[in-house]
Design a protein around this ligand. Structure first.
Ligand code: SDX
Length: 431
């Protein structure tokens, strides 16, 4: 826990309160208000937590003004260019880049946990074929707590480790099965001779009648998408996992809560919403109409894939993904993809429009990930499940950090109450 390095004074109604100020290794100082209510019988007020640090963490740092993202101090562009997803998983989980032996052992354990309990297949049969894959994943991941009892005791370090491996290893299998179920094709088992990204692509696109030969450029792009979505400090779904975990709920239930939160179009659902928006725009000449709608305060329409709570300069992940998009579309011979043309023109127009410049709105990670995934043959309904596969390691890393924090206590925010004050019950004959 950081120590107070300075002090802030809050003066209310003539009374002054001394509040410790803690300095981070990077980012803004924080005012410690933990004792404010006991001292001043006052709450702070911050809906959406725009100015609130909910915890301390050593995992991921974002500098929104500079457009920087670091995992355990390593810049995301270096990890995306030089590392690969399972090595980034190790880094997020354990804090350091692994040596060759440690990496091989880690990858072997993950590879050997990719199958799910055979009886879990029956959960999928209970869904309608047109169920959204995120609904299926939320249900099946939550149901893992009904199968893997031997890794639900969060006080047992070994069980925490086993649950972590099971979740990271089985998420691609569950996501691929959710996809296969919705398209009416048989499930494809994972294979131990394939790397994580290649295994996922094959489980999604292989059929009994014809195997799927993984194109190394596509599996590299898939791995890069996994790497770029792995963790992002205290975003909405990670905060959901932390809050659910603070009650002592088992890891599978907590990750299912994270999946549910990620599904929202303001969060991980934005990649699907972005492609649907591009389809709705339909042609480059309709872009001004949609830009006008995005600027119209009376119109709830927002440009999906634009803007970010923290990044006020650029989303470094979008910068990397933009390069991958060009690579993948060129490989697939679809660089003149009409949706990509609309996306590129929309980006150009939006970035030159005073409204977007003033409000610091620019393409975020979801803007380009959707275009790549569309080009790779995924339906838009699979975009957020792919985000969930990647973010599972971030949720798990943050969960482990919180569970092992001696300061950990149940999260229980207070409120600014504006409702009716105490009044007596009125019998129905007098109403
Ligand atoms: C992710 O938190 C994370 O780290 C998330 C994430 C991760 O890795 O976990 O990075 C993943 O969720 C990326 C964001 C994906 N969402 C979208 O692309 C949906 C579209 N974006 C917006 O909904 C919005 O930008 C948010 C939700 C991303 C951020 O919203 P904020 O920070 O709450 O900003 P805001 O809503 O207060 O907007 C500030 C102003 C508003 O105008 P005013 O009220 O000041 O006049 O900007 C406007 C908004 O109307 N605005 C937009 C806009 N986003 C914000 N106007 C048009 N189009 C947009 N996309």
């Amino acid at each position: 826990m950081a120590e107070a390095t300075k002090h802030a004074t809050l003066t209310v109604n003539g009374t002054s309160y001394d509040l410790p100020v803690m300095s981070p290794s990077a980012g803004p100082d924080v005012i410690d208000i933990r004792k404010l209510y006991a001292q001043a019988q006052m709450f702070t007020y911050d809906p959406g937590f725009t100015s609130t640090a909910s915890c301390d963490s050593h995992i991921t740092f974002i500098d929104g003004d500079k457009g920087e993202l670091q995992h355990r101090g390593y810049p995301i562009d270096q990890l995306a260019g030089k590392s690969h997803f399972l090595e980034v998983c190790y880094l997020l989980l354990y804090g350091e880049l692994p040596g060759a032996t440690a990496l091989e052992e880690f990858e072997t354990i993950v590879t050997r946990h990719t199958m799910i309990h055979e009886q879990m297949m029956y959960f999928f049969r209970g869904f309608r074929r047109d169920a959204h894959p995120m609904a299926v994943m939320t249900g099946v991941v939550g149901a893992m707590s009904a199968f893997y009892h031997d890794s639900t005791d969060i006080t047992d370090e070994h069980q925490r480790e086993v649950a972590s491996f099971r979740l990271i290893a089985k998420m691609p299998t569950i996501a691929a099965m959710a996809y296969k179920f919705t398209v009416g094709q048989p499930f494809v088992y994972p294979r131990n001779d394939l790397d994580y990204a290649s295994n996922f692509l094959r489980m999604c696109f292989a059929v009994p009648a014809e195997d799927y030969v993984v194109n190394p450029i596509l599996s590299r792009a898939m791995d890069r998408i996994f790497t770029l979505h792995a963790d992002h400090e205290q975003n909405a779904s990670t905060s959901t996992v932390r809050l659910a975990s603070s009650s002592g709920a088992n890891p599978f239930a907590c990750i299912a809560a994270g999946i549910a939160c990620l599904w929202g179009p303001a969060h991980g659902g934005a990649n699907q919403a972005c492609l649907e928006m591009l389809r709705e725009i339909g042609s480059v000449d309709r872009i001004p109409e949609f830009i006008a709608r995005a600027k119209d305060k009376n119109d709830p329409f927002r440009l999906m894939g634009f803007g970010h709570r923290v990044y006020k300069n650029t989303d470094p992940r979008a910068t990397v993904l933009k390069q991958s998009a060009d690579e993948v579309l060129e490989l697939l011979g679809v660089e003149d993809n009409p949706l990509l043309q609309i996306a590129k023109e929309l980006e150009r127009v939006a970035l030159s429009d005073p409204y977007f410049i003033e409000k610091k709105l620019f393409p975020n990670v979801d803007f380009y990930s959707g275009i790549i995934l569309e080009a790779m043959g995924f339906p838009t309904s699979m975009f957020t499940p792919i985000f969930a596969v990647s973010r599972t390691v971030g949720w798990i890393s943050q969960w482990k950090e919180m569970i092992t924090d001696p300061q950990m206590k149940i999260g229980r925010p207070r409120q600014l109450y504006l409702g009716e004050t105490a009044r007596d019950y009125v019998d129905i004959e007098n109403r």
